[in-house]
Design a protein around this ligand. Sequence first.
Ligand SMILES: *Cc1c(COP(=O)(O)O)cnc(C)c1O
Length: 219
Amino acid sequence: MSFDENLADIKARINKACERAECETTPELVAVSKRQPDDRIEAALKAGLRVFGENRVQEAQSHWAERRAGYPDLKLRLIGPLQSNKSEEAVALFDTIDVLDRAKLCRTLAEAIQKIGKSPEILVQVNTGEEPQKAGVLPGDLDEFLTQTCREYDLSPVGLMCIPPAEEAPGPHFALLAKLASRYGLPQLSMGMSGDFETAILYGATHIRVGSALFGERD
Ligand SMILES: *Cc1c(COP(=O)(O)O)cnc(C)c1O
């Protein structure tokens, strides 16, 4: 299928899921352009998509540093693990950082925000499946992280993000994330990927991150 056909299909599925979920606002489609070739990125821009997700700072720079000038309404989101020594580059490039997950990153992001004079939106990644190999604040540590660690560095996250364990049904993880976001009054819920975005919408996702279903398989 062509990019435009994939996009039409995904938009139809989003609308259908939204009807079932009785969404007040349609969730934002974040087009995950990591490891995608230039012609597909161009097709996405031509189709009018303006919100893109990338999981590496350097690759994001190569995809977007030049293109950005032609698209003033472009919004870039960092959705992959951030090394603290890349904080300044990340603050400079991204509009939203979905992956705040530890105290050290609070410090380096706060320093970068000070230095660069630009404040991206920040979401806290939550390791809902408590998987040792996965990034994210553990659900049991979230309270302290939000009410103490973030405050200490003057960071005010606007939402939560999760990646459920690959081998489990995602619904309970999305439900947990939604419950936590509501508890702390956080408006953004970044959850759902190609395989499970409809489920995420049922649980209140405000941002779904779709890569392969939109662009095709990655390199
Ligand atoms: C790669 C990636 C996606 C997109 O995955 P698809 O299954 O290709 O839709 C979404 N979220 C994160 C955090 C990713 O790393």
